[in-house]
Design a protein around this ligand. Structure first.
Ligand SMILES: *[C@@H]1O[C@H](CO)[C@@H](O)[C@H](O)[C@H]1NC(C)=O
Ligand SMILES: *[C@@H]1O[C@H](CO)[C@@H](O)[C@H](O)[C@H]1NC(C)=O
Ligand SMILES: *[C@@H]1O[C@H](CO)[C@@H](O)[C@H](O)[C@H]1NC(C)=O
Ligand SMILES: *[C@@H]1O[C@H](CO)[C@@H](O)[C@H](O)[C@H]1NC(C)=O
Ligand SMILES: *[C@@H]1O[C@H](CO)[C@@H](O)[C@H](O)[C@H]1NC(C)=O
Length: 819
C-alpha cells in the first residue's frame, strides 16, 4: 500500500520536473560548463564562471547583475580554489550543488546541505538567490546562497543568526579587489548582550555600528526617510538579523550594502542616468569611527581638537599619554561609586551608545523602570532606551566600563551614566545645599534610631530563623539575568508539579535520573535531576549551565531551563517524541522503516552536531559519551545529540587532556582513552565511527556475534573491507534502498574514524567534508579494539551500565570508574 503511493508520487514529480526545467534551473541531468550561464526568470541576475580583474587565468563560479552593472559579482562559490580556464563545470545531485572540473568525479566546492532530496534542482531567482530544492517543492529550500554572504547584502537577505537552524550569516569580504579568497575582515552580528554589528580584522575589533535603536543604528547617520529602501532589525527568541526591503518593488530600484576588502562599509544605489553606483552612505568617515579610540569612559568628538575627552567627573588614567594623543588607556572616575549611597545618573544627549557586549536588555520596560533596575545592581554603570521612537521605550543596561562612545549632535541618543552622589551635587546651587544640610541635621537622630531598630531585628532573624528558600532563588535569578541569555530558572515546586512529583521516569544513569514533565503552558520536557555526587556550588553550576545554554545547533538537544535549590540541580531539556536512535535502529520491527536516506541523514546530522561542539561553539566541547542512546530523534527523524557538556558539569574541572575518572561507554571508547585516560576531540571521532558502523550494519557494538569468527563489530567491518565484501557489514534492509557505492564509501569513512592511533583519524570537519563530497578517501589503517571480544569486560560493564535494557531508555548515561 505504502509502496504504491510512493511510486505514484515519484512518477508524478518526475513529469513535473521535465515541465519545470526552464533556463533558470539546473537539474540532475544537466551541466553548466565554463562559458555557459543560467539567467534568472526576468533576467535580473546571471550565474556562471568568471574571472576577477587582473587574474584572467582563474575561473570562479558566481552570480552577477545582468540587466544593470554587468559584471558586478554579488556572490561566488569556489572563492578559495579557482579552476583553470575552460575546465570548470557545475552540476547538481541529490546532495547539493557541486563545482568541479571536467575530470571525472572532481569536486572542489559543494553547497553545504543538511538533507538530500529526490529530484534535485538548483534555481537562480530574480532576487539574486541561488537555491537548491526538491523539484516539486518550490517553497522550501534545502540550501540557499542568501545564507552564505560574501561581501554583498541584497534586498531581502538576512544578516544575522538563527538559533534554530544554527545558521549564522556574516560578511567575509574579498582579500583584494581581484582576489575573492576570504580576506582579513569579518563583519558579524555579535551575540553578547544587546545585538550590534562588529567588524573585526584578524579578530581585533575595528568598527562597531552601535545598537539598533528602533529605526536606525546608534551612531550611524540617519538615512531612514529615503524612498528607496526600508531597513529593519529583528530580535526574537530564536532569530536576530538586519534586513532591508525595497520601498517600491515595481520601481526596480537597485541598492546593496557592500563591505570592501579594506573593511569599509558602503550603501550603494544604482544611478540609471549615469550608469554607475552612487555611494549614499559611508559608515567609516572619521577617526572617531575606529573602535575604542578614546578608551574607557572617553568620548570621541569629530568637531573637537583633540578628538577625545573624558566624560564629566572622569580624568585621564595616564595624563602624559593623553596629552601625547594616546587616548587608549581611557579615563577613571574622580569619585568612586558608593553603591546605594545616593548615587544617581548624569544625562548625555546625542551620543553613539557604548559597546553593548557587556549589557542586558528588556524591550518592554520603561525608562523609569530601567533606572530603578540599574540602581539596584551595583555593577550597572549606565542605562538608556532600546527604542527611541515615540518618546522612547525599552531598557538597555551596561555593566562595567563604557567603551567606544562618540559625541555628535544630530541623531544621537540619550545615555544616563551612573555617578557618585557628590559628583551630581556639583550642579546644584548652594542655597539648595543649605536646605539639604538643615534637613540632614533633623534627620540624623531619626536615622540613627531607625538603624538601631533594624540592627536588632536582623540579629534576631539571623540567629533564630533560617533564611527562607525564596531568597536563594531570587538571588540566583538576579545572577542569571546578568548573563546575556535568558535561560529560565524554574523552582523546585514547578518541576515537582510538572513531573507529577517525579513519577514518570524516562531513564536512569550515572549522572542522575531523567523524568518526563509537562510545564504549565503544556510544553513537554525532559527533566534531568543530577545525582548528589555530581553537585557543585551555585556559581560554578550556573556558569557551566549558561555556557551550555549558548550551544545552540539544530543537531543538539536544546536546554530550556534549569533549577537550583539547596542541593538540587536539575536541567530541563526539550522532549524528543521519537526517542533515541538506539531504540529504533536496533529494533527488528522499527528498523525496517529507517531507509538508507534516513540513516544517511542521521549520520550526517550527528557529524554536524559534533563538529559544532568541537569547532564552532566557543567552548570546544568534547562529548566523551557519544553513543546511539545519546542521539535523540525529532518527529522528522533529525538527529539531536544529547548530554553534550554534561561530562563537563559532572566531571568537575577536568580541563586537562587526561583524567582518572573515565566517563564513557565500553565499545565506544578508543584505546587511548579506555586504557590511558587520554582524551581529545579524536576520542569523539572514534565514538562517531563506531556509531556510524552501528547505524549501517543495524548491529550494536555490544553483544555483536558472528558465527564465523570472534571479531567484534569493528573487526567485522575491517575484515569485510579487507576481503572486499563490504555488503557483509551492511544491513540487508538498506542495500535495497540505496546506491551500494555510496553506502560503502560511508563505511570507509567509519573505518577511518576508528583507526587505532588518534593522529591517523580525521577531525570532524574532514568527516563532514568527506560525507558531503566525493573527495578521495585515504586508505584506513588497522582499527583500535577489533580483535578481542573481552568477555570479562562485557559482563563487567553491563552491570555498571544499568540502563541499556530498559525500553523506555530515552535519556541515559553511563559512567564507571576504573578499578
Ligand atoms: C579562455 O578560453 C577561451 C576559449 O577556450 C579563450 O577564448 C579565452 O581567451 C581564454 N581566456 C584566457 C584568459 O585564457
Ligand atoms: C578539460 O578541459 C580542458 C580545457 O578546456 C581541456 O584541455 C581538457 O582536455 C579537458 N579534459 C577532459 C578530460 O575533458
Ligand atoms: C512605484 O514605481 C512605479 C514605477 O516607477 C511607479 O509607477 C509607481 O507609482 C510607484 N509607486 C509608488 C507607491 O511610489
Ligand atoms: C521585561 O519587563 C517586563 C515589564 O517589566 C516584564 O514583564 C518581563 O518579564 C521582562 N522580561 C524579561 C525577559 O525580563
Ligand atoms: C560585579 O562585578 C565584579 C567585577 O566584575 C564581580 O566580581 C562581581 O561578582 C559583580 N557583582 C555582582 C553582584 O554581579
Amino acid at each position: 500500500m505504502e509502496c504504491t503511493t510512493l511510486f505514484f508520487l515519484c512518477s508524478c514529480s518526475f513529469s513535473f520536473l521535465i515541465i519545470s526545467s526552464a533556463r533558470d534551473t539546473l537539474t540532475a541531468d544537466q551541466i553548466i560548463s565554463d562559458g555557459e550561464t543560467i539567467v534568472s526568470a526576468r533576467g535580473e541576475f546571471e550565474m556562471g564562471f568568471f574571472s576577477p580583474g587582473g587574474r584572467p587565468q582563474n575561473r570562479y563560479f558566481g552570480i552577477w547583475y545582468k540587466k544593470i552593472s554587468k559584471g558586478t559579482v554579488i556572490w561566488l562559490a569556489n572563492r578559495e580554489t579557482p579552476v583553470a580556464n575552460g575546465s570548470g563545470i557545475v552540476r547538481v545531485n541529490s546532495r547539493g550543488i557541486m563545482v568541479g572540473t571536467n575530470e571525472s568525479n572532481s569536486v572542489i566546492w559543494s553547497s553545504d546541505y543538511s538533507r538530500s532530496v529526490k529530484n534535485p534542482v538548483a534555481q537562480l531567482l530574480d532576487n539574486g538567490n541561488l537555491v537548491f530544492r526538491d523539484g516539486n517543492d518550490e517553497q522550501s529550500f534545502v540550501w540557499q546562497s542568501f545564507d552564505h554572504i560574501v561581501d554583498t547584502l541584497l534586498p531581502g537577505m538576512k544578516f544575522g543568526y538563527d538559533l534554530v537552524s544554527g545558521i549564522d550569516r556574516y560578511f567575509v569580504p574579498w582579500k583584494s579587489e581581484d582576489d575573492p579568497a576570504p580576506g582579513d575582515y569579518i563583519h558579524r552580528m555579535d551575540r553578547n548582550g544587546y545585538p550590534q554589528l562588529i567588524t573585526r580584522k584578524d579578530s581585533v575589533v575595528r568598527f562597531r555600528t552601535g545598537p539598533w535603536v528602533g529605526s536606525q543604528f546608534s551612531g550611524i547617520p540617519r538615512f531612514d526617510q529615503n524612498r528607496i529602501y526600508r531597513p529593519s532589525f529583528v530580535i526574537s527568541k530564536t532569530e536576530v538579523y538586519y534586513i532591508f526591503d525595497l520601498v517600491n518593488v515595481s520601481d526596480s530600484a537597485v541598492t546593496r550594502l557592500r563591505l570592501t576588502p579594506g573593511g569599509e562599509w558602503f550603501r550603494l544605489v544604482w544611478n540609471r542616468e549615469k550608469q554607475e553606483w552612487t555611494r549614499v552612505l559611508t559608515l567609516q568617515v572619521t577617526d572617531c569611527d575606529s573602535y575604542g579610540l578614546c578608551g574607557t569612559y572617553g568620548v570621541c568628538n569629530v568637531n573637537k581638537t583633540p578628538r577625545c575627552e573624558c566624560m564629566k567627573g572622569f580624568d585621564p588614567e595616564n595624563p602624559d599619554d593623553w596629552a601625547a594623543a594616546d587616548w587608549s588607556n581611557g579615563c577613571l572616575r574622580n569619585v568612586q561609586l558608593e553603591c546605594g549611597n545616593g548615587d544617581g545618573f548624569l544625562k548625555y544627549s546625542g551620543v553613539k551608545l557604548p559597546d553593548t557586549r557587556w549589557s542586558w536588555y528588556n524591550m518592554s520596560m520603561s525608562l523609569s523602570e530601567c533606572r530603578t533596575k540599574c540602581l539596584k545592581d551595583c555593577n550597572c554603570t549606565a542605562y538608556s532606551n532600546t527604542d527611541v521612537r515615540n518618546g522612547g521605550s525599552g531598557c538597555l543596561l551596561w555593566f562595567g566600563g563604557l567603551h567606544d562612545i562618540r559625541g555628535y549632535s544630530e541623531d544621537g541618543q540619550d545615555l544616563y551614566v551612573r555617578m557618585a552622589a557628590s559628583e551630581l551635587e556639583d550642579s546644584k546651587d548652594s542655597k539648595r545645599k543649605k536646605t539639604v544640610w538643615f534637613l540632614l541635621l533633623l534627620l540624623v537622630p531619626a536615622v540613627i534610631l531607625g538603624l538601631y531598630l533594624l540592627y536588632k531585628f536582623r540579629k534576631r532573624r539571623l540567629h533564630g530563623e533560617e533564611i527562607p528558600q525564596s531568597n536563594l532563588t531570587s538571588e540566583a535569578t538576579n545572577r542569571n539575568e546578568r548573563q546575556d541569555l535568558d535561560l529560565p530558572l524554574l523552582d523546585f515546586l514547578q518541576i515537582a508539579n510538572a513531573t507529577g512529583n517525579f513519577s514518570s521516569k524516562l531513564g536512569k544513569g550515572g549522572f542522575g535520573t531523567v523524568y518526563k514533565g509537562i510545564l504549565e503552558g503544556g510544553q513537554e520536557v525532559a527533566v534531568k535531576r543530577l545525582s548528589k555526587d555530581s553537585r557543585q556550588g551555585v556559581d560554578e553550576f550556573m556558569n557551566e549551565v549558561s555556557c551550555i545554554a549558548k550551544l545552540q545547533h539544530r543537531n543538539l538537544v536544546r536546554l530550556l531551563g534549569c533549577c537550583i535549590e539547596k542541593d538540587e540541580r536539575m536541567l530541563i531539556y526539550e522532549y524528543m517524541p521519537n526517542k533515541c536512535l538506539d531504540s529504533i535502529i536496533f529494533d527488528t520491527e522499527k528498523c525496517t522503516s529507517v531507509d538508507w536516506q534516513t540513516r544517511y541523514n542521521i549520520i550526517n546530522g550527528t557529524a554536524r552536531g559534533l563538529l559544532y561542539l568541537h569547532r564552532d561553539s566557543r567552548l570546544r566541547i568534547i562529548h566523551r559519551d557519544l553513543k546511539a542512546s545519546n542521539i535523540l530523534l525529532d518527529h522528522e527523524m533529525n538527529p539531536k545529540i544529547s548530554d553534550f557538556g554534561l561530562a563537563r558539569i559532572c566531571g568537575g574541572s577536568e580541563t586537562q587532556a587526561s583524567t582518572t575518572r573515565i566517563v564513557g561507554t565500553y565499545g565506544y571508547m578508543p584505546p587511548e582513552y579506555a586504557i590511558d585516560g587520554l582524551f581529545s576531540t579524536k576520542s569523539d571521532v572514534y565514538s562517531f565511527g563506531v556509531l556510524l558502523l552501528e547505524i549501517i550494519s543495524g548491529n550494536k557494538i555490544r553483544g555483536f556475534r558472528h558465527p564465523d569468527h570472534n571479531l567484534n563489530l569493528i573487526g567485522h567491518a575491517w575484515k569485510s573491507y579487507n576481503e572486499d565484501k563490504l555488503s557483509e557489514a551492511t544491513d540487508k534492509l538498506i542495500l535495497n534502498s540505496s546506491n551500494e557505492d555510496e553506502v560503502f564509501r560511508v563505511i570507509k569513512i567509519g573505518l577511518l574514524c576508528v583507526q587505532e592511533y588518534p593522529e591517523d583519524r580525521p577531525n570532524m570537519s574532514s568527516v563532514v567534508l568527506m560525507l558531503s563530497s566525493k573527495i578521495a578517501l585515504s586508505t584506513p589503517k588497522k582499527p583500535g579494539f577489533y580483535s578481542e571480544r573481552r568477555e570479562a569486560h562485557e559482563t563487567n560493564s553491563s552491570s555498571l551500565n544499568n540502563t541499556d535494557s530498559s525500553p523506555m531508555n530515552t535519556y541515559t548515561f553511563s559512567l564507571f570508574e576504573p578499578r
